[in-house]
Write a protein that binds this ligand. Sequence first.
Ligand SMILES: *[C@@H]1O[C@H](CO)[C@@H](O)[C@H](O)[C@H]1NC(C)=O
Ligand SMILES: *[C@@H]1O[C@H](CO)[C@@H](O)[C@H](O)[C@H]1NC(C)=O
Ligand SMILES: *[C@@H]1O[C@H](CO)[C@@H](O)[C@H](O)[C@H]1NC(C)=O
Ligand SMILES: *[C@@H]1O[C@H](CO)[C@@H](O)[C@H](O)[C@H]1NC(C)=O
Length: 297
Amino acid sequence: MRLSLRLWVASVLVLTQLVHGALCWGKDGHYTVCKIAEGYFEEETVAAVKKLLPESAEGNLAEFCSWPDEIKKLSQWQWTSALHYVNTPEYRCNYNYCRDCHDTQKHKDWCVTGAIFNYTQQLMSASENSHTLVQYNLTEALMFLSHYMGDVHQPLHTGFLGDLGGNTIIIRWYNLKTNLHHVWDNMIIESALKTYYNSSLPLMIQALQAKLTNGWSNDVPTWESCQLNQTACPNQYASESIGLACKYAYRNATPGTTLGDDYFLSRLPVVEKRLAQGGIRLAAILNRIFSAKTKAL
Ligand SMILES: *[C@@H]1O[C@H](CO)[C@@H](O)[C@H](O)[C@H]1NC(C)=O
Ligand SMILES: *[C@@H]1O[C@H](CO)[C@@H](O)[C@H](O)[C@H]1NC(C)=O
Ligand SMILES: *[C@@H]1O[C@H](CO)[C@@H](O)[C@H](O)[C@H]1NC(C)=O
Ligand SMILES: *[C@@H]1O[C@H](CO)[C@@H](O)[C@H](O)[C@H]1NC(C)=O
């Protein structure tokens, strides 16, 4: 039984590697963020995550990190679709929680940063008061937090309201007609996989993991830390994202343009760094929630 489950998970893995971009960061981006995070979990975090996921998952969080995308079209989950992003007013290259974090009906806190605060708080309070009644489904809280931590690091998930974070900017990616948001969710990663990694997601993840222990090793502690000892600091991540959206994503990508090698080669390092930062920070948050060792620091 265990073996066949393992085989099933393995074949799902193979399938997801073959069918790139079918799902709406895309499936590969979210898988990468969570896989990188897993490598930085403290022992107690590993145990807590394993306990929250279904037994068949065997603690493999990355398999569950696209769940919020898979369910958001179902009517009972439609309310979550506004939680994947936050928009700034037209051409504003800064982000402000009070001004920007609401849905189209102006419900306050209804955006990606609000959701990160929300699910961090749920996991934190359950972890601190293990004897009080658990009010929320913490499995869902873990999957939402892990997913939205990926989203908030995708620059165009903090984009302008007027173009819906690049969704209405129609461009060509090489020969393919698509939109700018999709380029940042999927196409840059897909092209990188084909160009540099023999279409193997595990190879790309390995390369990022190697960078984390070499080129980026001095940056990791600064990525992990939050101002004022907060458990999570999504406002900082969203501010970085809109900055990168203005500097890299929107630049030279007006409607109708064809984006090719120049754009791909200059933006790929940004995408790689955001995937790595998302992973490091997700791990840091979960360690602060679950690990006594990290709490004591
Ligand atoms: C917080 O999480 C709960 C449980 O999923 C949900 O009902 C509520 O709408 C969430 N609020 C925000 C702002 O994300
Ligand atoms: C928690 O949520 C997951 C995913 O929606 C669901 O499969 C599970 O049954 C829920 N657990 C409880 C105790 O409701
Ligand atoms: C690239 O992938 C294919 C199919 O997965 C494999 O057969 C081939 O050996 C790989 N090439 C390299 C250079 O790793
Ligand atoms: C953060 O935590 C450290 C160690 O517990 C403490 O010394 C420091 O004063 C705290 N800083 C803030 C701004 O709360």
